[in-house]
Design a binder for this molecule. Structure first.
Ligand code: ITT
Length: 196
């Protein structure tokens, strides 16, 4: 059955499309349906994921899944949080966001650099779905003082992974799927769909 992946972020597409296809969905990109931009006006990952899933379902007439995610840094009182994609300003590149984060963290000692990624996935069967499926995964780590690795996207070059003692951008894609906030949220989603 067709499912629209309601994201414009190619990093997310790479980490989700094949797993959703393996589960049996015929995954289509929102760009194939000219889905317009929608303002992420919520104050939580959950609200923003619902806004994006509902918007894509409305404009395509298909079931939709959206991902709202970000990095919560303790020394920055939870920032950049829901603003992770636009931390250095509207339309900022991953590189610009990383530069801003490293600058904000420059005087923070090693033991206070704890952080975590969050990923909320929302699946809506149609635009008026009254019971969207909501799944959450998180991933504990800390913020490095310089970038390492070329894999992944976003803040992966500055996110230290305690499990493997390297930066997230140094993980193989399959390993990141096992450990990450997004991988965990997807596992939950598949478990919930199996039970349904
Ligand atoms: P869509 O709304 O179109 O899905 P977006 O990039 O604007 O794309 P978000 O508002 O959810 O999505 O922002 C999430 C940001 O959090 C993302 O741009 C990255 O900077 C960061 N992020 C999320 N997951 C990440 C991951 O696995 N690795 C590194 N950074 C991640």
């Amino acid at each position: 059955s067709k499912l629209v992946l309601a994201t414009g972020n190619q990093g997310k597409v790479k980490e989700m499309a094949s797993l959703l296809a393996d589960f049996g969905f015929d995954v289509v990109a929102q760009s194939d349906y000219q889905v317009s931009e929608v303002a992420e006006t919520g104050t939580t990952f959950i609200e923003n994921a619902i806004i994006k899933a509902r918007h894509a379902a409305k404009e395509t007439g298909l079931p939709a899944i959206a991902d709202d995610s970000g990095l919560e840094v303790d020394a920055l009182k939870g920032a950049p949080g829901i603003y992770s994609a636009r931390y250095a300003g509207e339309g900022a590149s991953d590189q610009q966001n990383i530069v801003k984060l490293l600058e904000a963290m420059k005087d923070v000692p090693a033991e206070q650099r704890t952080a975590r990624f969050h990923c909320v996935l929302v699946m809506m069967r149609h635009e008026n779905d009254p019971t969207p499926l909501v799944c959450h995964g998180s991933w504990e780590g800390s913020i490095l003082t310089e970038t390492h690795g070329d894999n992944g996207f976003g803040y992966d070059p500055v996110f230290w992974v305690p499990e493997d003692q390297c930066a997230s951008a140094e993980l193989e894609p399959a390993r990141k799927k096992q450990l990450s906030h997004r991988g965990k949220a997807l596992q939950q989603l598949f478990a919930a769909l199996k039970d349904a």
